[in-house]
Design a protein around this ligand. Structure first.
Ligand code: OMP
Length: 275
């Protein structure tokens, strides 16, 4: 029997300590890094370490996106793994949600699951539900927590996710959310949903539909989602993510302090809104 995920326990405890839902995203796009990081021997290592050290006291969760590391090949994987070690070292109480949006045949999913949950040892992973239940179960059988893409924040989310199912008065993303709720009954405390912060009224209706489900909500900050409407619609079972808006807000040498200040501002706003 594999150990079951303690992601929810870890997140709840951190959330209640900070009275905040802020998930700090690390998307270190090379071209947008400060000069001082770019001039160092290992830019992504320099950047992510600085951000983690300056902002960890405001993080209810971390959400690094693997794309920004993978593009650099071996150097990127080294930086990704180093970053996870630094997070665990500096802030062991802060859960790590790895954003990789994986989705594949069961035997392949099992390999992804082993990398993220065993080798890296992160607390949660974003996954794509397009291939259906059997592509998701390997993560759960390994004891991992998954955030499944429901209604994403990008404008083209309407292409498929907002299509109605034939014979059912339901959008595809609602059907996904219902199936994920059922999967979550089989695997308690292991299944959450990604809902874009750019859709506050859909967040509200999904929350009514699934009062107990945890939502990962990106799209606040750089993509324009409004924090107050998101928190009001979604409540405390939510991780509200900002990446660029916090971590890429300065190119100056003191970018760590600037990110810290941004995180503190959001933290204070969250404290006011916390229910
Ligand atoms: P910012 O727009 O810079 O705050 O970054 C948003 C982060 O959340 C990126 O890493 C995106 O890949 C991710 N994301 C979305 O922006 N929209 C979604 O619907 C889903 C995700 C995600 O799964 O995290």
């Amino acid at each position: 029997m594999n150990p079951r995920s303690n992601f929810i326990q870890k997140f709840n405890s951190r959330r209640d300590t900070l009275r905040s839902l802020l998930c700090i995203g690390l998307d270190p796009e090379l071209e947008k890094l400060p000069k001082v990081s770019l001039e160092s021997k290992a830019p992504l290592v320099h950047f992510t370490e600085t951000i983690i050290r300056y902002t960890n006291s405001y993080a209810a969760a971390w959400k690094p996106n693997v794309a920004f590391f993978e593009r650099l090949g071996a150097e990127g994987y080294f930086a990704l793994e180093h970053m996870v070690r630094v997070m665990k070292d500096v802030s062991p109480e802060v859960p790590i949600v790895m954003d990789a949006k994986r989705g594949d045949l069961a035997n392949t999913s099992k390999e992804y699951a082993k990398y993220f949950f065993e080798t890296l040892g992160v607390d949660a992973l974003t996954v794509n539900p397009y291939m259906g239940r059997d592509s998701l179960v390997p993560y759960l059988d390994l004891g991992g927590y998954i955030f499944v893409l429901g209604l994403t924040s990008n404008p083209s989310s309407q292409d498929f996710q907002k299509q109605k199912l034939l014979g059912k008065d339901l959008y595809l993303y609602e059907e996904v959310s219902d199936q994920m709720a059922r999967l979550g009954e089989e695997y308690p405390n292991q299944v959450g949903l990604v809902v874009g912060g750019t859709h506050p009224s859909e967040i509200q209706s999904l929350r009514t539909r699934h009062p107990n489900m945890y939502f990962l909500i990106p799209g606040f900050g750089a993509q324009g989602g409004d924090l107050k409407s998101i928190v009001k619609a979604s409540g405390n079972r939510s991780l509200i993510n900002s990446s660029r808006g916090i971590t890429l807000s300065s190119l100056e040498e003191n970018y760590g302090q600037v990110a810290q200040k941004k995180a503190e501002e959001v933290h204070k706003e969250m404290n006011q809104l916390f229910l």
